[in-house]
Design a protein around this ligand. Sequence first.
Ligand code: DAH
Length: 344
Amino acid sequence: MQQRLTQMKQDALAALAQVNDAQALQDLRVKYLGKKGELTEILRGMGGLSAEERPVVGQLVNEVRAAVEEAIGAKQEEFEQAELTAKLASQSVDVTLPGRPLKSGTMHPLSRIIEEMEDIFIGLGYEVAEGPEVELDQYNFEMLNLPKDHPARDMQDSFYITEEILLRTHTSPVQARTMLAKEGKTPVKIICPGKVYRRDDDDATHSHQFTQIEGLVVGKGIKMSDLKGTLLTFAKQMFGPEQQIRLRPSFFPFTEPSTEVDIQCILCHGNGCRVCKQTGWIEILGGGMVHPRVLEMAGYNPQEVSGFAFGVGVERIAMLKYGVEDIRNFYTNDVRFLRQFNRT
Ligand code: DAH
């Protein structure tokens, strides 16, 4: 019997060494260790052994079983490993494949200009103010020295909601609102970006809704030269250190004196081209010294303080800076246009 066991162990280990698939391994397990397997059969036959032989054979049986179980376990692990490796290989990711690009939005060109202008003016010590787009006639016109029936109201065709309420035609009403909120205190140093509305027929250079940035400084001894220096600094930061500006006399009811400000044409650098209509200059904003009546109505004594103000057209700046020829591009939301303004 001992010999048979030893032989069986050898056969089993030899057979296991040959096995190379999970089913064959299972068959061998049944053949040797199963209920009707060879080892069980030997155990059953142990009843006929003598008392001396029994423990010896019993120990041998256990040894054989342990050896066979161990060999089966090792094989099984080997198969599982192989299966896992095969699975990993079949499911592996090729990291060299180009990825699918995520669709990301870009910043609107007008928002970019506003942000750039805010950065410039915050750098000069300004705060950013806000005001409502649906505005009272009182702030939009009256407190800016444009009483009812003043002919200069015609300069700004308005969308009226009621007799007294309209869509603001410019960001200038924020001047009055800011000064009133300051209750006579100085200094006032704000810019206010925002949408404005006018009854205009839309074409390449006109839009019934557009964007302005208002600037206002009030304090002791503020002079026209402060306005000029501020606007020159702004122009150089926005368009480059070589940029020049030119002030032309103009008229606004809320400033005295008033000026329109041109930058040297950024396309032809002053030589004259189609964009600047051969003049070499392009108008970008209006401004001037805050009218004494405007200061007075907002609670300031024009004998003690003075101020300057200006209003910039954001679309105009964006068109010049990015070479956009039609203002409607900013509002029609064509992604082919908008995608060109990556945030880089
Ligand atoms: N509000 C004017 C406009 O929309 C622009 C302007 C001119 C604003 C002179 C000002 C200013 O603050 O002082 O045409």
